[in-house]
Design a binder for this molecule. Structure first.
Ligand SMILES: Cc1ncc(COP(=O)(O)O)c(C=O)c1O
Length: 443
């Protein structure tokens, strides 16, 4: 078997073969989806174009001859199917095989992380964190009101009450100046979210948390490759969580990782992640048999997903270079509108270096945002809004509470628009989006 794999590895250094495999994958994709996969987006909706037309207004792109630019499209960098075939040939498809271990080693090395464990999603990584940090029912976790549901839901699932705080105007991240007022004697965790891969100001957050014995769990779902003062996001708090969902910079469909930055959490994390058993220790030869020791879940991704992910991780520099070019082209094209105070573009403070995950614009009013969204859609451009505030959602009202008013959250949710951002978007398509935004403001 290992000779066969060596031969395959040699074959794989042939770039023609990589290109051919990519074409096979695209053909398979076409067969299974009934659509044509092409690096140039077609008029088909991508699976990620989930935002429905506003107010029942009709999409007219279908009847025009312009090609629709999707909001997001997952992509192959080349080696994914090769690694998956290796995983299948290895005879082990369940979790924690060679590919999972290679992903762990890659992430630990690249981010100088103490311990990284792949999970089935960022949501489940946050759930493990919630289990690790909880003392008793009713413990509180402080989260920003502007985030994905999982930031709060992963904790609510494990008995916490989320306490929502407002965000900063500039980075759209948790406003650290509001933490003191949100803390009670039940506060166990502060969960900063690095929105769009731009770091929260971690030093003041850590200072407040440390002085009160509160854990910090970074929701770095969008923050892989981004930094706070030269430290990788996810490695700064007690725990950090990454996402490798289709919409992120590096993907495997559904996937995530937990970064365990405290030695005293490592053993229990391994147990919780393996259904509450010491199976991980048993496989390392550290226990004669494995048994049920703690609460836990089934949080390991299969080797098929890890194999896909490894291929993407190994292409990180290539992926990031293109994303930076896309981001810079949008910025250069739209800056004149920011200079005229018609829109606001993403802001990266001096303490952060971003990962070009999301390109958004903020408009002056909700009406402008909604009209711009419809205007772009009518020109075949799938721009989408983002989070609906959590603090006044039905579940947020039922399980959580707000600390103060969350005016910036509400305004941001109503005025933010994300522009198409995916690896294979072409310069011409970016220019089309930029021109359409200019045209909207010229009318
Ligand atoms: C801030 C944030 N947290 C958590 C998640 C959940 O990630 P996953 O889909 O990997 O569970 C997301 C997903 O987009 C997110 O944006």
């Amino acid at each position: 078997m290992s000779r066969a794999l060596d031969e395959l590895e040699t074959l794989w250094s042939d770039s023609d073969l990589v290109a051919r495999c990519r074409r096979v994958a695209e053909a398979l994709f076409s067969l299974s989806s009934g659509t044509q996969h092409s690096p140039t987006p077609t008029r088909e909706f991508s699976a990620c174009d989930t935002t429905p037309p506003l107010d029942g207004r009709k999409e007219i792109c279908g009847s025009s001859r312009v090609e629709r630019i999707p909001f997001n499209r997952p992509y192959l960098v080349g080696k994914e199917l090769f690694y998956i075939s290796q995983a299948v040939l290895s005879g082990k498809l369940s979790g924690d095989g060679e590919f999972t271990k290679r992903c762990h080693a890659f992430l630990e090395r690249r981010y100088a992380a103490q311990k990284v464990l792949l999970t089935t999603s960022c949501t489940t990584a946050l759930e493990i964190a919630a289990i690790l940090c909880r003392n008793e029912p009713g413990d509180e976790v402080i989260v920003p009101g502007f985030t994905f549901v999982s930031t709060a839901n992963a904790f609510v699932t494990h008995g916490y009450k989320p306490v929502f705080v407002d965000i900063r105007e500039d980075t759209l991240n948790m406003d650290e100046r509001l933490l003191e007022a949100a803390i009670t004697d039940r506060t166990r965790v502060i969960c900063p979210v690095h929105y769009a891969g731009v770091a929260c100001d971690m030093d003041p957050i850590l200072k407040i948390a440390r002085s009160r014995g509160i854990a910090v769990v970074e929701d770095a779902a969008q923050g892989v490759e981004a930094k706070y003062k030269d430290r990788a996001l996810g490695t700064i708090g007690d725990l950090g969580a990454y996402s490798f969902h289709d919409t992120k910079n590096f993907v495997c469909g559904e996937g995530g990782a937990l970064l365990v930055n405290r030695e005293d959490f490592v053993e229990r994390t391994e147990i919780i992640r393996e259904k509450g058993t010491n199976r991980t220790q048993f496989f390392r030869g550290e226990a004669a048999k494995y048994t049920w020791l703690d609460v836990g879940g089934s949080y390991l991704p299969s080797e098929v997903l890890s194999a896909f992910l490894l291929a993407q991780l190994e292409a990180i520099d290539q992926i990031q270079a293109r994303r930076a070019a896309i981001f810079n082209r949008y910025t250069a094209g739209l800056k004149p509108l920011q200079d005229q105070a018609l829109i606001r573009l993403p802001y990266v403070p001096p303490y952060a270096s971003g990962n070009n995950h999301i390109f958004y614009v903020l408009t002056e009013t909700p009406d402008v945002r909604d009209n711009l969204l419809v205007f772009l859609r009518e020109r075949g451009i799938s721009a989408v809004f983002h989070y609906v505030p959590l603090h006044n959602s039905p579940a947020g009202l039922r399980w959580g509470r707000s600390s103060g008013t969350l005016k910036v959250v509400e305004r941001t949710a109503a005025t933010l628009l994300r522009l198409p951002m995916f690896l294979e978007i072409t310069d011409e398509q970016i220019d089309r989006v930029v021109s359409a935004v200019h045209e909207f403001f010229r009318r």
